[in-house]
Design a protein around this ligand. Structure first.
Ligand code: ATP
Length: 416
């Protein structure tokens, strides 16, 4: 008989004792509700009724096989654009079915697609049916042939199509928009296509050529960031993620208030609540309290920042500490600093950790890498007549998160 090891209790492994049979824990009843990819039910979508109705009005004709309008959805991240598009497409599919219309719906994440052929392949594969007899291989055929196969599938299998292009500003080629939106006009297919384009680059429209603008359509909806009350409802609707009595009553209002003040992003608000739950779980605290929120957030963000800069040389961290020391001294946490000043403080940080300084040029390039990773932001300033140009940088993370990466972060006196 096998002896029960230290790690095994009651037939189970102690390592996983906090996880019950349904994958949940003493804190969570259904942690899945706080997952970023989780799509809430219709009655859990908060504050977007108007957008849902407006979008349905534009693409609605497709449920009868008539030509839908194309639409652009704009707004900052986490404002519900993809959610609303998915929701309306889902309901359009059911309604089309009820009316015996063959409606194709598909979503492409343009940030993932690698060029024109890949985008068309994803669309064709997404709506293909076993009955079409058309093969859509992932490689080995020309871009043109992908289009032909897409037209074949659409013509044989469908009466109308709704194609969502998420992160449309990442499309490497305007052709996709042009050809999809004009396919019927150009006599390629007999099926009407409506394109729902989604972008979180609010100035994207200004960068578009006239050609693209007219392909995307002129109907635009702006999604504003959520306010505190909307975020509170979004979170409240997911409070059943937690076991009964675990979540203190002030936690959701505080999470919503913090998120509204910082960004109005529903995804980040949900993540913050999940982090608080994880913090309570990992520290064996039987309940989630308001005081856990900031701690949980800082700890989780600190880990994320650490991962982000893990591939960079150690001096990137010292540069980051220099910027965090400077930023922590300002009121808004949004101040810009010149490279020369950051370099001075960086030298103090090096002294504090007992290491030699690198050259200004190296620090300049490390700042470039940090900006590339969106840990910091850089901009070119003009110093005025005869003074030339210089670069300024600012931290995009809270200084407290930066200091949280280390048990002994280098905090230096910047006034000396
Ligand atoms: N109105 C809402 N009601 C309930 N949950 C929401 C709402 N808006 C957003 N969420 C939640 O936040 C997640 C992110 O929203 P969504 O993906 O729609 O944002 P987005 O505006 O498309 O942002 P991004 O540009 O980053 O893709 C959703 O999956 C959903 O879980």
């Amino acid at each position: 008989m096998q002896e029960e090891s230290e790690e095994s209790i009651g037939g189970g492994d102690k390592l996983f004792q906090a996880v019950n049979d349904s994958g949940n824990t003493t804190i969570f009843a259904n942690r899945e509700l706080l997952n970023i990819d989780h799509i809430p039910d219709e009655n859990r979508i908060v504050g977007r009724d108007e957008h849902i109705q407006e979008l349905a009005n534009e693409v609605g004709p497709a449920v009868t096989g008539a030509p839908p309008n194309s639409v652009i959805l704009y707004g900052k991240t986490g404002s519900g654009k993809s959610l609303v598009a998915k929701h309306v497409m889902g309901r359009a599919r059911s309604e089309a079915q009820r009316r015996d219309t063959r409606l194709a719906t598909v979503t492409v994440d343009c940030a993932q697609a690698k060029g024109e052929a890949d985008t068309i392949q994803t669309i064709a594969d997404g709506i293909n049916t076993p009955e079409s007899g058309v093969k859509v291989p992932t490689r080995g055929i020309s871009t043109n042939e992908y289009y032909n196969r897409l037209w074949n599938i659409l013509d044989q299998e469908y009466d109308a199509a709704l194609i969502t292009l998420d992160e449309v500003d990442q499309l490497s080629d305007d052709n996709v928009l042009m050809l999809l939106s004009r396919a019927r006009e150009a006599g390629k297919i007999d099926v009407s296509i409506g394109i729902i384009s989604i972008s979180n680059k609010v100035n994207f429209r200004d960068q578009m050529t006239e050609r693209v603008k007219s392909s995307l359509g002129h109907n635009e909806f702006i999604f504003d960031p959520y306010d505190g009350e909307q975020l509170r409802q979004i979170l409240e609707n997911r409070s059943d993620a937690f076991k009964e009595g675990v979540l203190n009553s002030g936690v959701i209002p505080k999470t919503a208030a913090l998120a509204a003040q910082r960004h109005g992003d529903a995804r980040k608000a949900i993540r913050l609540l999940r982090h608080a739950g994880d913090y309570a779980k990992n520290n064996d605290i039987g309940e989630v309290k308001e005081i856990h929120l900031e701690l949980a957030q800082e700890q989780a963000e600190g880990e994320r920042l650490k991962e982000l800069i893990a591939g960079l040389p150690p001096h990137s961290k010292y540069v980051l500490y220099a910027l965090a020391n400077l930023t922590a001294k300002t009121e808004t946490n949004r101040a810009w600093f010149r490279t020369t000043l950051i370099y001075d403080i960086y030298k103090k940080v090096c002294d504090a950790v007992g290491t030699d300084h690198l050259s200004t040029d190296t620090i300049r390039s490390l700042l470039g890498e940090l900006a590339f990773l969106e840990v910091t932001e850089s901009n070119q300033e003009h110093g005025g007549m005869g003074k030339g140009t210089y670069k300024e940088h600012r931290l995009l993370w809270e200084p407290s998160v930066v200091f949280k990466m280390d048990p002994n972060p280098a905090q230096v006196d910047i006034d000396q």
